[in-house]
Design a protein around this ligand. Structure first.
Ligand SMILES: [Zn+2]
Length: 414
């Protein structure tokens, strides 16, 4: 890992070797196409996001990428963000827009039926697309795009549950970044600034900022991470915790957030039925764990300089028969590894040296060579790109070790 070093490659340079995404002027700038290698990485990230969401008691929902302009007027997005949104489309009497965020739709999911105080919190997860009309000048690779696919959860809870939900969300966001191997530099407590841009009464901001601070301090003390105040960095509807990371060029960015929101529940009149039968205002928490697919893939490529951890690698094993006489053994190895759920390429043509060089260029995790001797001994010669070491082992042993590493999202235990 050469992060911070002068020769570290940018994710767009790495993409030349890895074919993760493509851009085409005909598709439009800031609208990358995910190629098969990119789709493989993204599938793994989506699986991680769902695993963590389900561990936290979230349920899945799907909501549309388009909504009536009135929906975003109600949420306040139209007033604050119209300049960053795509222009409305006229549709009969209605105007519809591409959504800038999932939150309004999730508020409507919550509002679609009555909720009792005993069933809260309700936690809704969706890996959803949202849109930003970024100017073409700032668009770059996967880092700045016009469609963002975000792992997004909205928690609806009682006021007395907020501290525990914030702590849970922050722990999960830190867990996700730990699994990904993206070290969090610090957590920023993003506070209200001066001026009129902030929805809701000042006292409510004070209270919610204090709740976030207390919950974050407790979690971060366990993790040995610092909490740093960010004045004026809050969302317009409430304060938030931002997990800050630094990319290969030392630039800081937010990779996941936990946001407290007393205002959307007002805008959408979201309530629950309390023990005394009265309707009470629910609290909404916006939480991201894995982050946006685009940003996290860019960050991972740069962090690992293209050599992704085994579980994330677009191609986990390439099988190289030395000559045609080993084709049958190579085929058997490919089939057994694929049957175990691994991503495997077979590369039979050309000189062995050239094929090995190509596999290295593509940062394939394991290079498995099968020659005459290997067939005679019933073995496969495997080179692990992460330590560069060569080992000979039986196919069943390779399948077992590779599967174990993949399922546990860990390096292979040779
Ligand atoms: Zn949200």
């Amino acid at each position: 890992m050469n992060d911070n070093s002068a020769e570290a490659l940018d994710h767009r340079d790495l993409n030349h070797d890895l074919d993760v995404f493509a851009t085409d002027p005909l598709a439009g700038s800031g609208l990358p196409l995910w190629l098969p290698a990119g789709a493989a990485i993204r599938n793994e990230l989506e699986r991680l996001a769902k695993d963590i969401a389900h561990d936290d008691g979230c349920v899945d929902v799907y909501t549309p990428v388009l909504g009536k302009r009135a929906l975003f007027e109600r949420s306040g997005h139209w007033a604050k963000f119209a300049a960053d949104m795509f222009p409305p489309m006229k549709l009969g009497e209605d105007e519809v827009v591409l959504r800038p965020a999932n939150c309004p739709h999730h508020a409507l999911v919550y509002a679609s039926r009555q909720h009792s105080y005993r069933e809260l919190p309700v936690r809704l997860n969706e890996l959803g697309a949202m849109f930003r009309a970024e100017r073409s000048g700032v668009l770059s690779g996967l880092q700045r795009v016009r469609q963002i696919n975000l792992d997004d959860t909205h928690v609806f809870c009682r006021p007395d549950q907020v501290a525990a939900e914030v702590a849970r969300a922050l722990r999960s966001a830190l867990r996700a970044q730990r699994v990904l191997g993206l070290p969090v530099d610090y957590v920023r407590l993003s506070l209200r600034g001066d001026g009129e841009a902030w929805q809701g009464p000042a006292e409510q901001w004070q209270t919610s900022q204090a709740v976030l601070r207390a919950a974050a301090e407790e979690v971060l003390a366990e993790e040995g991470l610092a909490l740093v105040d960010g004045f004026g960095e809050a969302a317009f509807y409430g304060p938030k915790l931002d997990l800050q990371v630094r990319d290969g060029r030392g630039q800081e960015e937010t990779i996941a957030t936990v946001q407290l929101d007393f205002n959307q529940p007002e805008n959408f009149d979201l309530t629950y039925q309390a023990a005394d039968g009265s309707q009470q205002r629910v609290v909404m928490i916006h939480r991201g764990t894995v982050g946006s697919m685009e940003r996290v893939v860019a960050a991972l490529l740069e962090r690992y300089q293209g050599r992704l951890p085994f579980w994330l690698a677009p191609v986990q094993v390439v099988v190289l028969p030395v000559a045609e006489r080993q084709d049958e053994a190579a085929r058997a190895a490919v089939d057994a590894l694929r049957k175990a759920g691994l991503r495997v390429d077979l590369d039979p043509d050309g000189s062995l040296g050239a094929r090995i060089r190509d596999a290295r260029r593509r940062r394939i995790s394991l290079i498995a060579v099968i020659g005459e001797r290997e067939v005679a001994d019933g073995l496969i010669q495997v080179t692990d790109g992460s330590d560069g070491r060569r080992r000979s082992l039986a196919l069943e042993e390779l399948v077992a070790k590779a599967t174990d590493a993949y399922l546990h999202r860990e390096p292979i235990a040779w």
